[in-house]
Design a protein around this ligand. Structure first.
Ligand SMILES: Cc1ncc(COP(=O)(O)O)c(C=O)c1O
Length: 410
């Protein structure tokens, strides 16, 4: 069923705000999405009625908080086709990716081993690998986006054919936060398996927009944040394939993650507790679970269809403006709901400032993908990113704003 973005807007209290007397047009969803009232209410209800520390008390509030927390884990697991034991709550995609680097890479990579990635990754899926590679003497190898801003499974295959089993890990984004490009992750996983390599997927820009099933993707680790998918900030997920859970060392040590402790040593609880030392972010987890239930009610396929329609409108309109250079695929079905672009003779910050004056929120800068921007000769680009509550009118307002910016600065 086609979604009604105008109706959905009403579920998001912040979208009723006016900015400089303009209706807010929020097009910065790739940075963080807005929150529906149900998510805000779920968090308020938790603190109003159920708050206590989890896993530790036998009293009613602690039991209720534990149940809410563990039910949230089950909701997340069902959403991505996993089992609850494989779902580790973190504070966001950045922490999840760092955990793979620390818990797995540091223990499993050695001198001259290779981590295969792309040249347009978010810094959170680049720097953790750079740092661990430096410590163990491993190297990074990059698959480069072509002129359309796409990468093919064949490019990954070529790298595996060249470097063989020296590639121990493919660390790739599922969808690019700069190009919008959706990567052929399933095929990449298949190729990596043939060479015995593990695959860590950065799903931060994919999971809010696509139907994701970690089993059918065939990856080993999948990381994402709650705040880009209508959930609160400070909560994220690291999914770890079940076979790997036992062999992985904890990352932090303390309360809640032990089996037995003596003055000399300790043994660990089973996953997921083993990876969640200390008091967890209970309200974050249940806020995320509520966001997932909201998304499921609308339907991920409907959200995808809506975003492809918005892609179509925006890409068409942008191509009519001669000063515009679009990053990423021109095929609206090959990207998630975001478009980054540069305007000849106009700095991205100036465009964003003009748009902000009109109540339109976009992002300008290098979007945490500085190496790609530098390589392509862009000091900065402007990124419009939308979600289920954005309408065609929002895109039209953006186009009118871009034209106004061009007029203002020419
Ligand atoms: C592709 C990608 N990976 C990772 C991250 C990091 O997410 P967070 O800041 O929520 O940890 C982002 C955030 O923009 C992203 O777009």
């Amino acid at each position: 069923m086609k979604l009604n973005a105008e109706e959905l807007k009403k579920d998001f209290p912040i979208l009723k705000r006016k900015i400089y007397d303009h209706e807010i047009v929020y097009l910065d969803n790739a940075a963080s999405s807005q929150k529906p009232q149900v998510v805000i209410d779920a968090i308020a209800d938790y603190y109003s009625n159920h708050n206590a520390n989890v896993h530790r008390g036998l009293h009613t509030l602690s039991e209720e908080a534990t149940e809410l927390y563990e039910n949230a884990r089950k909701t997340v697991a069902d959403f991505i086709g996993a089992v609850p034991q494989e779902v580790i709550f973190t504070k966001g995609a950045t922490e999840s990716l760092n955990r793979v680097a620390i818990n797995w890479a540091l223990h499993n990579l050695g001198k001259d081993d290779i981590i295969l990635t792309t040249d347009f990754e978010h810094h959170s899926n680049l720097i953790p690998w750079q740092e661990k590679a430096r410590i163990v003497g491993a190297k990074l190898e990059f698959v480069e986006a072509d002129e359309k801003g796409e990468v093919s499974a064949k490019q990954f295959k070529d790298k595996f054919e060249e470097f063989g089993t020296r590639i121990k890990l493919a660390a790739v984004t599922h969808a690019s936060n700069v190009l919008g490009t959706i990567l052929p992750v399933k095929e990449i996983c298949k190729i990596a398996k043939e060479y015995g390599a593990k695959v860590s997927v950065d799903g931060a820009q994919a999971i809010p927009h696509l139907n994701v099933n970690v089993q059918s993707l065939g990856c080993d680790f999948y990381s994402f944040s709650g705040h880009k998918m209508l959930g609160p900030m400070g909560i994220g997920v690291l999914w770890i394939k079940r076979d790997l859970l036992e062999g992985l060392e904890p990352y932090e040590f303390g309360g809640g993650m032990i089996d037995e402790v003596s003055f000399d040593a300790a043994t660990w609880a089973a996953a997921p507790e083993k990876f969640e030392a200390g008091t967890p972010n209970v309200e974050g987890a249940l806020g995320l679970a509520t966001a997932i239930e909201y998304l499921e009610k609308i339907g991920m396929d409907n959200i995808r269809e809506h975003e492809i329609e918005l892609n179509m409108v925006l890409l068409n309109e942008l191509q009519k403006i001669k000063e515009v250079r679009i990053l990423g695929p021109l095929d609206p079905t090959k990207r998630t709901g975001l478009v980054s672009f540069a305007l000849d003779g106009l700095h991205a910050h100036d465009i964003a400032a003009v748009l902000s004056g009109l109540g339109i929120a976009v992002r300008s800068g290098h979007h945490c993908a500085m190496p790609y921007h530098v390589k392509k000769g862009f000091s900065a680009t402007t990124r419009a990113s939308y979600y289920l509550y954005n309408t065609q009118e929002d895109i039209e307002a953006l186009i009118a704003g871009i034209k106004e910016a061009i007029k203002t600065f020419s």
